[in-house]
Structures are given as C-alpha cells and as structure tokens.
Design a protein around this ligand. Structure first.
Ligand code: BTN
Length: 264
C-alpha cells in the first residue's frame, strides 16, 4: 500500500476525516503554495498535500520554515461554511496540541497557534485564506511538526529554541502516524467549531493559561507594541493592555518576547 492509501486507511479506522485527495511528493517548495494553487482551481475540502522535505517552507509573519527530513509538512484545504471561521487558526493549534498529547507529549499554546513543549517550539500553523462576495471561500492550514528533527539539521540560531516529539519522549515517532493523528484531531476540532465554538475556545484558553497577565512585546504588522496580555476574545483576537490602560485587539501578529515576571 502506498503512503497516501495507508494514511486514508488509518483515518478510516479512526472514523475520519475522509480525504478528498492526497499529494505526497518526497520534496516540494512549499506544501501550502501547492495546496493554494489547487484551492484556486476548485479542489474540494480535505484535499491535503504532504512532503518529506520543503525547499521553500514558509512560516508565519513572512518567516522561513526550515524543513529538513524528520518533520511533518502538511497542508489541509478547508471550505468552512460556519460563522466562527476566525477561530480556525486557534482550532488548528488545539488539534496539533491534542495530537502531541495523544503521542505522549505535553504542550502549551502561544497565540495564535505556536505549539510549545518544554518552552520550545514543537509545531507551528500557517493559516491562509481567500474570500469572495459570499465570505471566506477557502482556508489552507499549513502545519509543521518537528517529529524527529535533530538539532544539528537546523541553523545554529534556532537550535536552542526548537524541540521535537522524539526529544520530548513521544511513544510514536513516524511522520506518517503523526500525520494521521493530526488530521483526525483536526477533523474533531473542525466539527466542534461548527457545533460548539466556545468549546474550542475553552480548549485553546486552557492550553494557553500561562500567558495571561504577562508583559510582552508584540509585533503587529510593522508595529512594535508593548503591553500586558489580557485575553483571547470570542473572535480569537488577542487583547493587549497598552501603557496607560488602553486596550488593543489584534487579529494577527506575533508575541516576540515575554518579559520575566517580577522576582524571577
Ligand atoms: C509558524 O511560523 O509557526 C508556522 C509554520 C508553518 C509551517 C508549515 S510546514 C507545512 C506548510 N507549508 C509551508 O510552507 N508552511 C507550512
């Protein structure tokens, strides 16, 4: 059985999702770039693209996602027809965190969807969307998980900031099994967004509890901001209290630094 068929079989055994199409080349520029091209040509939801290596992997905020062998590089096409589409990036983070938990690795989430283990980056999600007159037409969720990456495969400046499932003691370390686990958890979170979005938000909040009240530096577009993290609201926006008590809602951006708490 080829890998795509084995993935479909593993998902069928777990109750879904049923994949509409699978591309799984050994090497690609970016799985998300390929999937966006398929989305524009009308590919159905749950079309997925995976690769063992990416030569042009992209991260959030225009960063590069270094993608040597040993990582999961997966992009999933969705065509959501429900209201709370803005929560989809958070739901993807929850799904990856749940998948890591199923594989024996405890994680926490950092807004919007960085998945951390032992305070280091284990996985990230790049959410991209296109809208038309009727609202959101499609969303691609590009998911990168460090499965068994050796630190030496990464640039020196990244080595202390990144961890992997293997390094965190995961019981199951095959990329293919991680792909099935992530997709199954993503389907559960996607269903939950439709039926009970507040449950997804609660799941996200409970995995991000450590951050609230902390003083942070945030980059939102070109704008550097400093403030205190108040909450993530019902739309998935980060609410920051700036100096002077002014509140600011951010729909996208990056927490670039968490300042030490007093006394630590
Ligand atoms: C982040 O910056 O945290 C998001 C990283 C997302 C990386 C994944 S790997 C699969 C997909 N293809 C890409 O080029 N990027 C995403």
């Amino acid at each position: 059985m080829d890998r795509a068929s084995a993935l479909a079989a593993a998902l069928a055994a777990r109750g879904g999702p049923r994949l509409a199409g699978v591309e799984w080349p050994v090497s690609i520029g970016s799985t998300s770039d390929r999937l966006k091209a398929l989305a524009r040509r009308g590919a159905p939801e749950w079309t997925v693209v995976l690769a063992d290596v990416q030569s042009g992997g992209r991260g959030r905020e225009g960063r590069t996602w270094v993608s040597p062998p040993g990582g999961l590089y997966l992009s999933v096409l969705l065509r959501p027809r429900f209201e709370k589409v803005g929560l989809l990036p958070l739901a993807a983070g929850v799904a990856v965190a749940e998948a890591a938990g199923e594989l024996g690795v405890a994680t926490e989430l950092k807004w919007p969807n960085d998945v951390l283990a032992s305070g280091r980056k284990l996985a990230g999600v790049l959410s991209e969307a296109a809208s038309g007159a009727a609202g959101v037409e499609w969303v691609t969720l590009g998911i990168g998980v460090n499965v068994s990456l050796e630190a030496v495969a990464l640039p020196p400046e990244m080595q202390g900031a990144v961890t992997s499932l293997t390094a965190e003691g995961a019981a199951e370390v095959s990329v293919d099994a991680v792909a099935a686990t992530v997709l199954a958890r993503l389907a559960d979170c996607y269903d939950a967004l439709r039926s009970d979005p507040s449950a997804v938000l609660s799941a996200w909040r409970s995995r991000a509890a450590a951050w609230w009240g902390r003083r942070v530096d945030v980059r939102a577009g070109e704008l550097p901001l400093q403030g205190r993290l108040l909450e993530v609201d019902e739309e998935g926006a980060l609410v920051l209290e700036l100096e002077g008590g002014v509140k600011r809602r951010l729909l996208s951006g990056e927490v670039t630094r968490v300042r030490p708490t007093a006394g630590t």
